[in-house]
Structures are given as C-alpha cells and as structure tokens.
Design a protein around this ligand. Structure first.
Ligand SMILES: [Ca+2]
Length: 223
C-alpha cells in the first residue's frame, strides 16, 4: 500500500516545494500606495510565514537611488522597498548599508533571516497613480479545521485593472500548483493538508504583476 501511494505521488502533478515554507520567509509585502507620489510615506506590511516557529521581528525601509530610510519618497523614476524579517537575536535591525543589503546579508546566518525587495514606479502625483494595488472582492474563507490529508479548494475573488495571479504559501502540507491566474477576477487554488495533525499557517497573495499586491492570511487546525 505504501509503495502504491509513493508511486501515485511520483506520477502526480508537479508540486511546488517553494510554496511550503519550513523556515522564516517574507513571502510578500503589501505596499500602500503601490505606486507612491513624491512626498508620500509608504505603509509597508511585511507578509511573513514562520515555518520554523521561532518568532520574528520585521524592519522596513525604502531607497531612492542610494538614499534610504522611511522619509517621504523623493522625486525619481523608481523607489526600491525592502522588508526584513529576523528571528529573535539574529539581527539587531538592518545591520548595515540599507542600499546594499547583499553586503551584510552575507554576514548573517542563513537560517532565521528573510529579506524581500521590490522596485516600484513613482507616480507623477497622487491623482495620477501609475498603479493601484488589487483588492479582495471576497476574502478567502477557510474552515477553522480540516482533516489530515484533506484537499482544500480555496476560492479567490479579487479586482484590479490588471490580470491577477494568486500565489499560495503554507507552513505544512503540499501545494499542487504554486500559482493560478484569475479569470475575470475569479479562481481557486488548492492546498492539501499534511498527514500529521497540527496548526498550519497559510497566506494567499494577489499579485497584479506591476508591484501591487493584497494578502489574506489564516491558520487552520489540522486534526
Ligand atoms: Ca494594479
């Protein structure tokens, strides 16, 4: 029986191991506005999955060319936004030159540190946004608990001027397809619960492909 199950798994659809987060990872950041105008301050929400369960702290900043911090965005074609997550005691804030994280990331441990960066276009003004972030039409609703090994279809419904792609990340179980393209703002993505009981965290990212995202997070009791 076990051999048959393994064979089925090997012949099944290509699974996405990167969708299953067993370490500390910043899977997305929701940046508002998605395309800031000069003079605006960004609200940056790091979306972190803590697969290792250590807990974490986050730091955000943005850079216009080599000028970095959290000051209002200066006039420029682009702003580069960063979100850093660190397990307790691993980093004491961003430990070096904010414009060149590669330099200090190399000196940090591989485990317990996650960084994501995104380059966003700067809008001419607040009235003339180059891009606006997508929004959920309906927040994905998951049951509070699911059975071990259960296949869960997560209904997705979002709105944006651009075609939307949804990405699923979970701390356990499997994800048959890392992403789906929504059609007319609708779609669904599949999560297969793990074979062991426990609490699983998950997040779906709506991505407009132009730097705008929305997120929905949850925890599910697998029993
Ligand atoms: Ca958009």
């Amino acid at each position: 029986m076990r051999a048959a199950l393994l064979l089925l798994a090997a012949c099944g659809p290509m699974e996405s191991p990167l969708s299953v987060v067993d370490d500390l990872r910043v899977v997305d950041m929701v940046v508002d506005p998605a395309s800031p105008a000069p003079g605006e301050v960004l609200a940056v929400q790091p979306v972190v999955l803590d697969g290792s369960g250590t807990g974490f702290e986050t730091f955000v900043w943005w850079c216009v060319e080599d000028a970095c911090g959290t000051d209002p965005v200066a006039p420029a074609p682009f702003v580069t936004v960063s979100a850093l997550a660190c397990a307790p005691g691993v980093c004491d804030g961003p430990p070096g030159d904010l414009a060149n994280p590669e330099a200090w990331l190399a000196g940090l441990p591989f485990e317990g540190v996650g960084l994501t960066q995104r380059r966003l276009p700067v809008s001419p003004s607040a009235e003339a946004r180059i891009n606006v972030a997508p929004a959920w039409t309906d927040l994905p609703a998951l049951p509070a608990s699911v059975g071990v090994g259960e296949e869960v279809q997560i209904a997705l419904s979002g709105a944006d001027d651009q075609p939307l792609t949804a990405w699923l990340y979970v701390t356990a179980g499997s994800v048959p397809s890392a992403s789906v393209e929504l059609e007319a703002g609708e779609g669904e993505i599949t999560w297969v619960a793990p074979d062991a009981a426990g609490v699983v965290s998950g997040v779906v990212i709506l991505d407009d492909g132009a730097g705008g995202t929305a997120e929905a997070s949850w925890t599910v009791d697998v029993r």
